[in-house]
Design a protein. Structure first.
Length: 360
């Protein structure tokens, strides 16, 4: 009740406090919406950096860690100032400055959180050859993320303290020169962080352009590889056709060789048959000659028999002596023995038998 009386004497009331808290909550909501819109407009697509860019990212992570430490120190200083404000009961102007500072810190932490998430995403996209280095940086980024979450929790706890301080500051007043100086320092550090983020964005754009150029080179190599593969496929197809043609020619050659071999075998068989036929012809010719000689001998013997019956001629010589002396003796047709039909058939049979023996 005494506090309410003091507030009424100073011209403050609970309604004014509620109005101030409502305005502050609306301002905080607008700031969060603006920060979310800025972040949505400033999204950056990250590509896999090369080794030099990875080294640059390492340096940037180290710089981010340093800035994180500075922010941590700033939060600690703000905690001390909050404790000091609790004891000194600062006025509404200090509350507004603290609220603005808190919003700045929130924005800065949110930007750092986004930056760390971007670093983490870019590091996670590095090629498998750099997995060992990437794991180290991802671990660092994860650790930074955890620390940022802790700082968020700390700031959330500080929000409650700020609300309590606002209520206390609504009943008291004090100067905030030291807080303003520190806020100016924080604003400078925030500007430095913003410039660093801009530089990082520029470097990331350069990395993205270099990655795009690398993609063009890879596309050219892919095209050349496809052309080589197509030419190799055509060469293989031609080689297959040539091999098929060679196999066809080889089969034809083998067939020709077989035909030649068969013809040679047939020629040898024909030569053998011809040799047999010649031998048979010679044998038949020999038999015919012998038979002819026998017939001639028969004729001569018959002639000699017919001439010896009349006796000796006028000159006292017989036909046999004249024949032996090489004198031709005329022989009448009646004296030449004519072979009987049976003899001819027998001769023909002998001739056929001789040919049959030759064939066997």
């Amino acid at each position: 009740e005494e506090e309410e009386e003091e507030e009424e004497e100073l011209g403050w009331s609970d309604d004014d406090d509620d109005d101030e808290e409502g305005e502050e909550s609306e301002e905080e909501a607008e700031l969060e919406q603006d920060s979310g819109a800025d972040l949505s407009e400033e999204q950056i697509d990250f590509t896999s950096p090369d080794k030099e860019e990875l080294e640059e990212l390492r340096k940037q992570v180290a710089q981010a860690e340093e800035e994180r430490d500075q922010l941590h120190q700033t939060v600690e200083m703000q905690a001390k100032e909050i404790a000091h404000l609790k004891s000194d009961k600062q006025d509404d102007s200090s509350n507004n400055s603290m609220s603005n500072e808190l919003e700045h810190l929130r924005m800065q932490l949110f930007e750092k959180d986004s930056e760390i998430a971007a670093f983490k995403a870019s590091l996670e996209d590095v090629h498998e050859e750099e997995n060992a280095v990437e794991k180290d940086h991802v671990a660092k980024a994860t650790a930074l993320q955890g620390e940022v979450e802790k700082m968020k929790m700390t700031l959330a706890a500080r929000d409650d303290d700020i609300i309590e301080l606002k209520k206390a500051a609504s009943r008291s007043g004090a100067t905030t020169d030291g807080v303003n100086k520190r806020l100016n320092a924080n604003e400078k550090s925030l500007e430095i962080a913003n410039s660093t983020i801009s530089q990082l964005r520029l470097e990331l754009e350069q990395a993205k352009n270099s990655a795009a150029n690398s993609g063009i080179e890879v596309a050219g190599m892919q095209k050349r590889w496809e052309e080589s593969a197509a030419s190799a496929t055509a060469a293989n197809r031609e080689l297959s056709f040539a091999q098929e043609e060679i196999r066809s020619l080889q089969s034809e050659l083998n067939a020709s060789k077989k035909k030649c071999k068969d013809a040679h075998s047939r020629s040898e068989l024909l030569n053998q048959e011809l040799t047999k036929v010649r031998a048979q012809m010679e044998e038949q010719e020999s038999k015919f000659s012998k038979k002819l000689q026998k017939e001639a001998a028969k004729v001569l013997s018959q002639q000699s028999g017919t001439q010896s019956s009349p006796g000796v001629d006028d000159e006292g010589s017989n036909p046999s002596s004249s024949l032996s002396n090489g004198v031709e003796v005329p022989v009448s047709p009646k004296q030449i023995p004519v072979p009987s039909p049976n003899e001819d058939e027998e001769d023909d049979d002998d001739w056929g038998d001789s040919w049959g023996d030759g064939d066997d």
